[in-house]
Design a protein around this ligand. Structure first.
Ligand code: GYE
Length: 316
């Protein structure tokens, strides 16, 4: 063992950090993913897996299949295996306190990726990297206020993401905050479509059954639900993107295709490409650096008019 390496290990030990696989030369990252509910999530998983490979980090990847209990189990298993760093994307905001305290007691640093938790004790994680979901909701709201033509009441329906998840809570909040300024914009129905195409379609069918042609605008918390809803609107004999203005979030390739076809009006960008950033953070952490507590992803907004030009540049 050369001096440098010995010094590094001694420094980690002094800091009370477990050595894990470092002693054998490879950093080990335990990552608990939510599942595969959307195009966004699939791109996020791919980004994490390929970035770990490129960075030479050993990735222990666990798919929770949308269940919080599976995430908690996976995190406990990572603690038992003494991984160097734990990262995860919490399916919902609440209920992770106990397992986060277990990781802290085991002195394994935790990085939150993509979604936040609502724990008061912020020492339970070293960094949270991901988008500003409230701002995404505001961008969706601002686009509507700036682009809606005509006077009088504007009837809106909303497809929410997974109940209790940070993006569902925050995207609703940001949108409402902006719309408050103009009370003629009214959300008359709001229900969860769990971020999936199938649920988005099902709930839109119910909205159409109840409200029919009254609906002027659909705000979907992600593209997949919007794409499911587009099908429901077409099956009901209406024209998505024309009879009903559709606003969604993520800006995945499927949304660009729908925009090019004239069926989706706008998608607010939310980048899933968090892998490289996460691996850099894992390395920084193990080199003894302090990470910024919050790393915000930069993102834009794409109306259908620019979709064809932007499409070839899209990476997810
Ligand atoms: O918008 C949605 C996915 O947490 C930002 O989760 C993510 C959201 C994303 O299922 O498509």
């Amino acid at each position: 063992m050369n001096m440098q390496r010995r010094d590094l290990i001694a420094a980690l030990a002094a800091a009370g950090l477990p050595l894990g696989a470092l002693a054998q030369g490879k950093l080990v990252l335990g990552f608990s993913q939510i599942g595969a509910e959307s195009e966004w999530r699939t791109a996020n998983t791919e980004s994490i897996k390929s970035a770990a490979k490129d960075a030479g980090i050993e990735l222990k990847f666990a798919d929770a299949q949308q269940k919080q209990e599976n995430q908690i189990k996976a995190i406990r298993a990572f603690i038992a295996q003494k991984v160097d760093v734990i990262a995860f994307s919490p399916v919902v905001e609440s209920g992770f306190g106990p397992v986060l305290r277990e990781a802290k007691a085991a002195k394994i640093p935790v990085i939150l990726t993509d979604r936040a938790v609502n724990e008061k004790d912020t020492s339970l994680w070293v960094s949270f990297m991901g988008s500003d979901f409230v701002e995404e909701g505001r961008k969706a709201g601002r686009w509507l206020l700036e682009n809606h033509k005509g006077q009088g009441d504007v009837v809106i329906v909303e497809l929410q993401g997974t109940v209790g998840s940070a993006p569902a809570i925050d995207r609703k909040k940001g949108f409402e905050e902006v719309l408050k300024a103009q009370p003629r914009f009214k959300v008359i129905r709001s229900q969860t479509g769990d971020f999936t195409r199938a649920k988005g379609k099902e709930v839109m069918e119910a909205f159409l059954k109840a409200e029919g042609k009254k609906i002027q605008v659909l705000y979907a918390h992600n593209d997949d639900m919007a794409i499911g809803a587009i099908q429901a609107i077409e099956e009901a004999g209406m024209k998505p993107g024309k009879d009903i203005t559709i606003i969604s979030i993520d800006a995945v390739k499927g949304a660009f295709e729908a925009m090019i076809a004239g069926k989706l009006n706008v998608s607010v960008e939310c980048s899933p490409l968090l892998g490289p950033q996460l691996m850099a953070a894992v390395k920084d952490l193990k080199a003894g650096k302090t990470l910024p507590k919050r790393i915000v992803t930069e993102e834009g907004i794409f109306p259908m008019e620019v979709a064809a030009k932007e499409f070839p540049k899209r990476k997810y």
